[in-house]
Design a protein around this ligand. Structure first.
Ligand SMILES: [Zn+2]
Length: 413
């Protein structure tokens, strides 16, 4: 076993390797972000791979993790011969769009330039309201939204972001150059929240012909970068009370991970009631084929919401679910029977749900899982900006992989 292989084993033992599309995400050992590994292409985004173009510790770690998820069954036949079958668990057989490497690299190297271009195009569509009175003239709305989203994309502090913003202003992406104090004030503005939501929705529209299957989930963003949502939710509940959290509920397309609708709540809100508004917002823009969500979302109302959007709900039933209960609708019973008698088909569709986990992972890995803002309104706006930035990155990826040419707002195109 060589040194990299040993380290790979160590990584596979210590960290949770997750899957996003055809890529495996391996958290870096220093705790700074995640490396993307393609096991098929033997490719990794770390510096070691980049330099040597040879198998790095992350590729070894992924191979070990994949092997562990596979099960070898050896069966002895009556005639004494043995037959060995290897079954991969559902976790590694999830079907997604193939990742095309040259396209991926091109998208990464051009991303910042394209990001600004697309964000500018998007912001142009909001239309500034008329400025009343002789008081201090505010910056146009499109400049405010551009500055906020670009700030979140940069992930740096307000002062350090000014270099990026000055460049963007130089390229004509903002009509004026706001000060960093002004940008803080925009984040405090409740008026901008619905605009950010509208931009998120608009940024998903170029993918309307590509996405038909959707998934719903929620995740929290904390105001302390040392607190992580999964820890607070599953292992260390007292973290929940210690800091502010913003809970993001979202629906995404399972092919490109684009977020098609989003709702924000406080940390203790129940997920189930956010399901309906997410489905209803998405169905305005997309022809929905199916929606998957975990069993926390199971309810008569939620099943009906999906069915009335002419889509198929893939929400698993609970261990204590029974078919004949007066409280359950006919649809509930029908879905229960489908679930009970077509388990394999049900599960293969249900597993598209894991893409919504990847979506949260992508957002957090790229734009951080902590919020810098100090007040509730600013935190909500900041979280929405992360989602908007993610959507623009999904579009850029699709420009390279699917030859998409995104256009927004009929009049801007
Ligand atoms: Zn690597």
């Amino acid at each position: 076993m060589n040194l990299r292989e040993q380290k790979g084993l160590q990584i596979a033992n210590q960290v949770r390797i997750t899957k996003s599309g055809n890529l495996y995400l391996v958290p870096s050992q220093s705790g700074k972000g995640k490396y993307k590994v393609s096991a098929d292409e033997q490719h990794c985004t770390c510096a070691d791979y980049d330099f040597r173009r040879a198998k790095c510790k992350h590729i070894f770690a992924v191979e070990i993790a994949v092997r562990r998820e596979s099960k070898t069954i050896t069966e002895t036949k009556p005639d004494g011969t043995t037959k060995t079958t290897i079954t991969e668990t559902v976790k590694v057989t999830r079907k997604t769009y193939p990742q095309v490497w040259p396209a991926y690299n091109a998208a990464q190297t051009q991303e910042k330039r394209l990001f600004q271009y697309l964000l500018h195009q998007l912001c142009q569509g909001v239309g500034s309201p008329a400025q009343h009175g002789a008081g201090q003239r505010r910056l146009p709305l499109e400049d405010m939204l551009f500055s906020m989203a670009f700030k979140v994309y940069s992930t740096v502090s307000g002062r350090r972001f000014m270099t990026d913003l000055r460049d963007a202003h130089g390229k004509g992406y903002t009509s004026k150059l706001p000060s960093y104090n002004s940008i803080f004030r925009y984040f405090e503005s409740e008026m901008l929240t619905p605009h950010l939501q509208m931009l998120i929705e608009e940024s998903s529209l170029p993918l309307a012909t590509i996405e038909q299957d959707f998934a719903v989930d929620s995740s929290g963003f904390s105001t302390c970068r040392f607190f992580q949502w999964v820890d607070a939710k599953y292992t260390n509940p007292q973290l929940m009370d210690k800091r502010e959290w913003v809970k993001v509920h979202l629906m995404c397309g399972v092919k490109t991970n684009v977020v098609t609708s989003v709702e924000i709540s406080d940390r203790y809100a129940h997920d189930t009631k956010y399901f309906k508004p997410l489905v209803e917002a998405t169905r305005q823009n997309f022809a929905m084929n199916q929606v998957s969500a975990d069993k926390a979302y199971l309810s008569n109302t939620n099943l009906k919401t999906v069915a009335s959007a002419q889509a198929m709900p893939y929400i698993p039933f609970k261990a204590n679910s029974v078919a004949n209960d007066k409280r359950h609708s006919a649809l509930w019973k029908q879905m229960y029977h489908f679930y009970a008698y077509n388990q394999e088909r049900f599960m293969s569709n249900y597993h598209k749900r894991s893409n919504v986990e990847s979506t949260f992972m992508m957002i957090k890995a790229k734009f951080g899982d902590a919020l810098r803002s100090k007040t509730k309104t600013a935190q909500i706006n900041e979280a929405l900006c992360k989602v908007l930035c993610h959507n623009i990155c999904c579009l850029i990826q699709s420009m390279y992989e699917l030859n998409l040419k995104p256009k927004f707002w009929a009049q801007v195109a």
